[in-house]
Design a protein around this ligand. Structure first.
Ligand code: B12
Length: 295
């Protein structure tokens, strides 16, 4: 059975705001989402939260109670000590469930990762899984419905991660977008999640955005950062034109960073002044860190 947050608050005696804060801080439960985006808790989540509340009422501190519940739930992977092999095994379990199009099994497999930190779930589970499903689909070993089912499941989890990672305060703004004609969206979401986790206030505009509309947003909001994902291959000339146009549209104080496998390699890529190309999310964070710290 699934429950909305107000029902869980009533059932457990824990205020809804506290439930949201604990989810962000301790990753104790990872509720799914309804179509309208509401959190949906299952019976196991409610049981785990009820147990925590009982321990708090007995006088335990929240950190102690969380640790104790983790010890009592051996099927859940521990937060920081999960080995690469354990995470890979959980990912394989999730992949198998998704290819079977078995939602309940996929939810169970993903829940095993509830204590693994969100960015690790993103980089070591969800995005590699999309690559694998994509490769299977491309070579005919998975059909379109399986690929769509897996992508939809991952999209739901990424939306939940975005909420968990969103910077609550007033960090510098990052506008994230894909250009007109670009339909690949998951790399962009990955970049947005990394930026959110590192203190940026992300304005996520999604893929396939006409330049003129992006220009309006940039002039109106004057963000600290414009982050664009280019996955569909561009020729060096197409790349140079797009990068120069982005630089022209962005206000002088807006840093422009691009990433994605559609960008030509360094040997053929024209240098566009005022535009940084990042090879990976790690590279993106290295480049913007200084900016985030001073803004
Ligand atoms: C699903 C998919 C689609 C879906 C996209 C759905 C969606 N909502 O996203 C649809 C069906 C729309 C599609 C269409 C096309 N696709 Co397609 N697609 C894929 C597939 C199978 C998976 C893409 C994916 O989500 N991967 C997972 C994500 C996380 O990987 P990613 O997007 O590459 O992002 C990574 C990096 O590029 C980088 N990154 C991305 N953005 C950014 C941004 C920053 C700032 C940074 C730092 C890093 C970064 O980090 C990410 C993590 O590693 C891949 C093959 C694959 N196995 O990946 C092909 C693939 C991306 N598609 C490809 C192609 C050619 C196309 C089409 C042109 C034609 C076609 N063959 O169907 C059209 C073009 C559509 C368009 N106009 O954009 C090629 C791209 C080739 C290239 N760039 O050299 C690929 C690689 C398939 C292939 N092997 O040929 N596609």
């Amino acid at each position: 059975m699934s429950y909305r947050i107000q029902s869980v608050a009533r059932l457990t005696g824990i205020a809804a705001a506290t439930l949201r804060a604990w989810e962000r801080r301790y990753h104790l439960v990872a509720p799914g989402r309804s179509q309208k985006g509401y959190r949906l808790y299952d019976d196991e989540d409610v049981a785990r939260l009820t147990r925590i509340k009982a321990m708090l009422d007995e006088g335990l501190r929240i950190g102690e109670a969380v640790e104790r519940v983790r010890r009592e739930s051996p099927t859940l992977l521990p937060a920081d000590s999960a080995s690469p092999q354990e995470v890979a095994a959980a990912r394989e379990g999730l992949l198998a469930a998704l290819l079977e199009m078995d939602r309940a099994a996929a939810v169970r497999a993903y829940d095993r990762l509830a204590f693994v930190p969100p960015l690790r779930r993103l980089d070591d589970v969800l995005l590699p899984l999309l690559h694998t499903v994509g490769d299977l689909w491309a070579c005919g070993d998975a059909h379109v419905a399986q690929e769509h089912f897996a992508s939809a499941f991952v999209r739901e989890r990424l939306a939940a991660l975005m909420e968990a990672l969103e910077a609550p305060g007033a960090g510098p703004e990052a506008v994230c977008a894909g250009l007109a004609g670009e339909r690949h969206e998951f790399g962009l979401i990955g970049a947005a999640l990394h930026l959110a986790a590192h203190g940026f206030r992300v304005t996520y505009l999604g893929p396939d955005l006409p330049m003129i509309d992006l220009g309006r947003v940039l002039q109106g909001r004057r963000p600290a950062l414009l982050c664009v994902s280019l996955v569909r291959s561009l020729t060096p000339a197409e790349y140079a034109a797009a990068a120069a146009e982005l630089r022209r549209l962005a206000p002088a104080g807006t840093r422009v960073v691009l990433g994605g496998r559609g960008i030509p390699g360094t040997s053929s890529r024209p240098d566009v002044p005022g535009v940084d190309v990042c090879d990976s999310f790690g590279d993106l964070l290295d480049r913007v860190e200084e900016h985030a710290a001073v803004s």
